[in-house]
Design a binder for this molecule. Structure first.
Ligand code: ME8
Length: 624
């Protein structure tokens, strides 16, 4: 039995945040559940490296796009490691095979007539990398991120999605297990009913060079979605390893948030039908983590939470438990530190921690740390064992139905019920009256520890490794009652989930929201900005965007600087200007020229101006 899970590939235009961590943790947890239930799984995540957003971010930093994306990759891989995420494939769209496969796919569709050239005029949002129709604009701005859109008029290539709409509609109508949560199915059918416009799949290379060139017209690059979505097939052997692809692809589940529902439930299936590839098995569309002010947490809104600090302080398992338990799949969730502490303290420290301690400590104290026999029964044992068997039967189908919340509800209820079973049977009293009966109760309680821990292991993998220590590393992984072996030695549980002192935490600085736009003075202090004079300025051959300048920073410090200002200045316009230079940036090579700093400028609407300073100021003076 095989299973293939995917996350979106994330834009590399800033550091990842809670939202990115969440989808990847969610997908990781599902992959781990499938593994637990005996599946051979593959899990792909990665990054979406092309596109206008990345290109603009790189230019802003004075870097080439590739240098820029390379520099940001560790932020993603390190965060995923911190979150105990075990992906099989970390996909980068700048990899060479991807490049070729995207071109092969495009050529195939072009040859079939599904891709054709036409005129396009419309509003384009660079933040969301999406064309926005006039009727969707809100106050002339993008409905998704609220930023201004720009009017794009160009000849472009289009994919004829409508050709496959009917076939796709039939596919959805015939299935109840394709789109999760199920209430999203009608939304998708509604989009199809309205009719599908041709999808613009290209951008003029001269305007946006950072993309994969169309194989049939190298004046164009393919626009993000055709490049990005095919990572899912390309990463699992498409056009490369047929056996692998055929084995895993039909089992695919795509996970994402609702912001990219349209791209996944409309663009992608019609693309796959055109490619002649089977549609994925299912898609899970979750809600958004909301930031302060009730708005979607997003890099462009600057209201994101950095999970790193929470994980460093409270551990990855508590963090994973919180995000997976708190977010009701399909709906939006609000992240607050108060809720986080409450969940940790009640369910992990009190309920689960208590159970681990009580059962293992009583066995250590009264049974020489050996698992007791289970030969006798109290009146509570029968119903307890039944309930327990029911739990094992219910969790697996709930996971297949993406009902993670219900599965976790059931597991946590079982943990509470085991604590209640201990209270009802009172083994601390039984030990004085009937040691054999006491041993039987403790056997059942410890078996509940084993099974509930196993069922929680996909959510709290790191703590699960520590729980295994109770069983001296030898924990039977079978989800069946009665697998503990009497006579085997165990260890006492150490405090696995220490309680968080809420009052102490509340006194700490609230650090949960990291405003992308705010930096400390210590960070600002790292940037050295100096006065300079432009003493040479030329065009850069092959680029209509760059000027090659030389800037005098005084004391013989002459810098070569490549500046993205050619659209706003002729070379001679800027000669002898007194300007400001970021002078301690690492040199980067742009179009073959080393750039040893950055000219400071201000963009206002469509215009850009260099920041000029009083020529009376000496050269090389630091901004203070
Ligand atoms: O859209 N709450 O990349 P992206 C929950 N590159 N999840 C969130 C979230 C939030 N506030 N913010 C982000 C792209 N996410 C494209 C995808 S796929 C072929 C190409 C998660 O960096 C969520 O999974 O904007 C969302 O769908 C994804 O990050 C968007 O990531």
């Amino acid at each position: 039995m095989k299973k293939y899970f995917t996350t979106p590939i994330y834009y590399v235009n800033g550091k990842p945040h809670l939202g990115h961590a969440y989808t990847t943790i969610l997908t990781d947890a599902f992959t781990k559940y499938y593994k637990l239930f005996g599946y051979d799984t593959k899990f792909i995540t990665g990054v979406d490296e092309h596109g206008q957003k990345v290109y603009e971010a790189a230019v802003k930093m004075g870097m080439t796009p590739k240098e820029y994306v390379d520099g940001l990759i560790p932020a993603f891989t390190q965060l995923f490691e911190k979150c105990d995420i075990d992906y099989d494939i970390f996909y980068r769209t700048t990899n060479e095979k991807h490049y070729k496969k995207v071109q092969t796919i495009l050529q195939g569709l072009y040859d079939k007539g599904d891709i054709y050239k036409d005129h396009y005029e419309g509003q384009y949002c660079t933040t969301c990398e999406t064309f926005v129709t006039d009727k969707d604009l809100i106050d002339e701005k993008c409905p998704e991120c609220g930023k201004e859109t720009t009017l794009l008029k160009e000849e472009n290539y289009f994919f004829n999605m409508a050709k496959y709409a009917e076939e796709y509609e039939k596919y959805i109508n015939e299935r109840d297990d394709f789109i999760y949560p199920k209430f999203r199915k009608n939304e998708v059918l509604g989009i199809l009913k309205k009719g599908l416009n041709p999808l613009c799949i290209s951008r003029k290379k001269e305007k946006m060079p950072w993309g994969i060139p169309l194989p049939f017209d190298d004046q164009f690059v393919t626009y993000v979605w055709f490049d990005a979505l095919t990572n899912y097939t390309n990463g699992i052997g498409y056009l490369e390893d047929e056996d692998k692809f055929n084995a895993y692809w039909p089992t695919t589940t795509h996970m994402m948030a609702k912001d990219i529902l349209l791209q996944h439930t409309i663009y992608w299936p019609t693309m796959l039908l055109a490619m002649g590839v089977e549609l994925p098995k299912s898609m899970l569309i979750h809600g958004w983590w909301m930031g302060e002010g009730g708005k979607k947490m997003s890099k462009s809104l600057g209201n994101v939470i950095d999970p790193t600090e929470l994980i460093d302080t409270y551990g990855s398992s508590s963090f994973r438990f919180y995000v997976l338990r708190e977010m009701s799949l399909g709906h939006d969730g609000v992240f607050t530190k108060e809720f986080f502490i409450n969940r940790h303290n009640t369910e992990l420290a009190n309920d689960f921690g208590n159970l681990l301690n009580r059962a293992s400590h009583m066995i250590a104290k009264n049974f020489e740390s050996k698992i007791p026999e289970c030969n006798k029964k109290t009146e509570f044992c029968g119903p307890f064992i039944n309930e327990f068997n029911d739990l094992m039967k219910t969790v697996e189908p709930l996971i297949y139905d993406f009902e993670l919340n219900k599965a976790l509800d059931n597991i946590m209820r079982m943990i509470r019920n085991t604590n209640k079973y201990m209270e009802d049977t009172a083994p601390w009293k039984l030990i004085k009256e009937d040691k054999e009966l006491c041993g039987s109760v403790l056997y059942n309680a410890l078996e509940s520890v084993r099974i509930t821990s196993l069922l929680l292991s996909p959510v709290i993998p790191k703590k699960f490794e520590e729980i295994k220590d109770i069983f001296k590393g030898d924990l039977d992984m079978t989800l069946e009652y009665g697998k503990l072996e009497p006579g085997k030695k165990i260890n006492k549980a150490v405090s696995l989930f220490p309680k968080i002192d809420k009052e102490k935490e509340e006194k700490k600085e609230p650090v949960k929201v990291v405003d992308d736009n705010l930096i400390g003075i210590e960070d600002f202090g790292k940037v050295e900005i100096k006065t300079g004079k432009i003493i040479k300025s030329d065009n850069v051959e092959g680029s209509d965007r760059l000027l090659l300048t030389e800037v005098d920073l005084g004391n013989g410090d002459i810098r070569q600087i490549v500046a993205g200002i050619a659209k706003f200045y002729h070379p001679e316009d800027i000669l002898n200007k007194h300007i400001l230079v970021a002078s301690n940036l690492k040199p980067v090579t742009i179009m073959g020229f080393e750039s040893q700093g950055m000219l400071l400028s201000v963009k206002s609407g469509k215009n850009l101006r260099l920041v000029e300073v009083d020529p009376e100021l000496s050269l090389g003076k630091k901004l203070v």
